[in-house]
Each structure stands twice: as structure tokens, then as C-alpha cells.
Ligand binder design. Structure first.
Ligand SMILES: *Cc1c(COP(=O)(O)O)cnc(C)c1O
Length: 388
């Protein structure tokens, strides 16, 4: 079999699309003015940034003044959550879930250290947050609920429409980390009861190091940094102009292509899942139907995910596992653990995330490479029942 280079890690990052790069190039070269400058080169760039803001708002069903460009998803989450906490007088209570990205969990932990109370609601075995669990966690002093729109590891799509409606009804702010959702699922802020939403360009074929925070009009969020007056003081610092232009182009195209791309990826995803489960002693992680179109997460019994990753890498396949090798020990993912997966299965997880460049031939190649690899690794495992 001919060795191929196959990228199946779009959940980690996705390649910059050509149209976004082309839109960015002038701003990396001739159009270098500072958008805050009063001279013509500055004013020209200012105009481009504000046009980008309008286009980004349009793609999300928001108003331009509700869009704040940031350095990515992590920063948007930080500004939303810490900013909402700082905007209120006195300590309060916030609710999050056990499967959030570290950029949300760490921030909540930090706020807990500052005297706020935090409830981390559990998920079911599919990684789903139940509306009732969130409702039960609400207290009189609850000021914020932050639950992700879709999970980055297992792809489970959370009921954010219902959670947002609940929060609105109780007069509580609702933030959602939509970094995995934007460009993969329809996001229309006119229909959603969301006060704060985070997104990141590099997850939808835009450039790295740029994202946005949507803040519904009137939502109290205090800035985290002092500095110039950029982004209406919520995110001071000279704007990443090429990044903002690239984000906007990638977002507009991703939204336009969404229905077609999502159908295509779902077919590939389901073929891939079927093929992987046929290898035997494997389970699908995440929700069987409420899942991102491009997400596949499977655990193989008797195998370590890291060994799979390295084996795949040798054959030109880029994938991801649910465990991270920290200080020499395999730490299983907090998401898989929160879903109640036993340690062995959590360690044997493999995440394959599909994107624009993937086609049936990528799935064929992956399956052809994986079958003998799984076989070989199992034969090496002392735990494998077939072992003598
Ligand atoms: C990638 C990711 C982030 C972080 O975004 P950056 O732009 O890389 O900082 C946050 N949340 C989720 C769910 C993600 O997948």
C-alpha cells in the first residue's frame, strides 16, 4: 500500500484555506497602517476591520457592536467568564460542566480561588449535560452558566438552546464556548438565548491566534486588561488585522458551505465509525446522534492510545488520543473520565476529526492501516485475552 499523508486532527486545528490567506496578504504587506491612526493608511485599515466586524456579525446573526475580536478561543473564554465575574459586585455562584475545555475549567477554578462558588455539573455516559441538572444547580446568587456548544474530544452537542432559555428565564447570564461548533453546526444568535459566545478562527480553516467574543448588547463584562481603547476597551491592544480579515473570510465561507459540508462529513464519519467498531473490542465515545459531523472518538480495549497514535503517525496519519503523556504517565482525558469510562478504555481512545480536505480515500487508508496496527498492539498487550 502506498504511504499517504492524511490529516485527521481538525479538532486540534485546521489548515488555513486559500481564500482566507489571499484576503490576509495585503494586510501583511502594503496595508500595514494602525487602525487607530488618523492618517489615510490607518483609516483605510480601520475601514477594513469594521467591514470585517459587520461580516462576522452577519454570519452569526449578531449586530456588529456585539462582536469583539480576540487572540483566540482561550482569550474569548477568559474575557467572558472572568469579565462577567468582575462586572458584578461581590462574590457569586457560577455553573459549568465537567467536560469543558481547560480554557473554561481553569478559569472557573481561578474564580473559585477568588471566593466565587462554582458548581461543576456532571454529564451522562454520552457526555451530555442534562437540563434538569443545570436547573437544580441554580441558586439565588448564580450569575453565570457556562456550558460548551459542542465538545472538542467526543463531539457531543450540548442542549444549549434549552440551557440558554432556562438561564434567561432565571435572569442568569449564559456563556457558551462554541469554538468547536462555529463552522460545523448552524449558529444563529437571533434564535439562541446566549449572552456570550466564544469562537476561534483556526478551527474553521482560518488563521491561528485570532478569535472573537460575541457579547449581547447590555451584557455586563468588565475588561481584563488595561491599555488602549481598542475593541471598545474590552480587549485593548493593537488589532491583529490580518487575522481578523482571515477569520472573517473563513467564517463567511464556512457558514455558506455548512449544509453541504456537514452532510458530506457525516457520511464519512459514520463510515469511519462503522469500520472502526468492526475491528472488535471497540466502543464509540460520545453521543451516537447528537455529535459533531466531523468527530469520531473510539476506545480500543487492551491498547494504549499513545501507541496507536505513534503507529498511525509512522504511516502518515495525524490523529489524536484521549490521553496526554504528562510526566511519563498516561493521564486519561478528564472528558472520558467524566463520562464514566473505565481507565483502560479511556487510555485506549483515539480521536479522528474530519475536515474539508478529507474524502472517502482518507477513510479507506485509515482503516487499512489501523486494522493490522490494532492487531499487532493487542498481541503485544499482556491484558489481551487471546494472549498465551
Ligand atoms: C480549541 C478550543 C479552544 C481554544 O481555542 P484557541 O483559539 O486555540 O485558544 C477552546 N475551546 C474549545 C472547545 C476548543 O476546541
Amino acid at each position: 500500500m502506498q504511504k499517504q499523508q492524511v490529516y485527521l486532527d481538525h479538532g486540534a486545528t485546521s489548515p488555513l484555506r486559500k481564500e482566507a490567506l489571499e484576503a490576509m496578504l495585503p494586510f501583511l504587506q502594503d496595508k500595514y497602517g494602525n487602525p487607530s491612526s488618523l492618517h489615510s493608511p490607518g483609516r483605510e485599515v480601520r475601514k477594513a476591520v469594521e467591514r470585517a466586524r459587520e461580516e462576522t456579525a452577519l454570519a452569526l446573526g449578531a449586530a456588529p457592536e456585539e462582536i469583539f475580536f480576540t487572540s483566540g478561543g482561550t482569550e474569548a473564554n477568559n474575557i467572558a467568564i472572568k469579565g462577567a465575574a468582575r462586572a458584578r459586585r461581590g462574590k457569586g455562584h457560577l455553573i459549568t460542566s465537567s467536560i469543558e475545555h481547560h480554557a473554561v475549567l481553569d478559569v472557573c477554578r481561578e474564580l473559585a480561588g477568588e471566593g466565587h462558588e462554582v458548581t461543576v455539573v456532571p454529564v451522562d455516559r454520552h457526555g451530555l449535560v442534562a437540563l434538569e441538572t443545570v436547573a437544580q444547580a441554580i441558586r439565588p446568587e448564580t450569575f453565570l452558566i457556562t456550558i460548551m456548544m459542542a465538545n472538542n474530544e467526543v463531539g457531543t452537542v450540548e442542549p444549549v438552546a434549552e440551557i440558554g432559555a432556562l438561564a434567561r428565564e432565571r435572569g442568569i447570564l449564559f456563556h457558551t464556548d462554541a469554538v468547536q461548533a462555529v463552522g460545523q453546526l448552524p449558529v444563529d444568535l437571533r434564535k439562541m438565548k446566549v449572552d456570550l459566545l466564544s469562537l476561534s478562527a483556526h478551527k474553521f480553516n482560518g488563521p491561528k491566534g485570532v478569535g472573537a467574543l460575541y457579547r449581547r448588547r447590555g451584557t455586563p463584562v468588565a475588561p481584563l486588561y488595561g491599555g488602549g481603547g481598542q475593541e471598545r476597551q474590552l480587549r485593548p491592544g493593537t488589532e491583529n488585522v490580518p487575522g481578523i480579515i482571515g477569520l472573517t473570510r473563513a467564517l463567511t465561507l464556512a457558514v455558506a458551505e455548512l449544509p453541504e459540508k456537514s452532510e458530506r462529513l457525516k457520511k464519512l464519519r459514520d463510515r469511519l465509525i462503522k469500520g472502526l467498531l468492526e475491528l472488535g473490542d471497540a466502543v464509540l465515545n460520545g453521543h451516537p446522534s447528537a455529535r459533531l459531523p466531523g468527530n469520531v472518538n473510539v476506545s480500543f480495549n487492551y491498547i494504549e492510545g499513545e501507541a496507536l497514535l505513534l503507529g498511525l503517525d509512522l504511516e502518515g496519519i495525524a490523529a489524536s488520543s484521549g490521553s496526554a503523556c504528562t510526566s511519563g504517565s498516561l493521564e486519561p482525558s478528564h472528558v472520558l473520565t467524566a463520562m464514566g469510562l473505565d481507565l483502560q478504555l479511556a487510555r485506549g481512545s483515539l480521536r479522528l476529526t474530519l475536515g474539508r480536505g478529507n474524502s472517502d480515500s482518507c477513510v479507506d487508508y485509515l482503516l487499512a492501516v489501523l486494522a493490522p496496527l490494532v492487531d499487532r498492539l493487542r498481541k503485544m498487550s499482556a491484558l489481551y485475552p487471546g494472549q498465551y
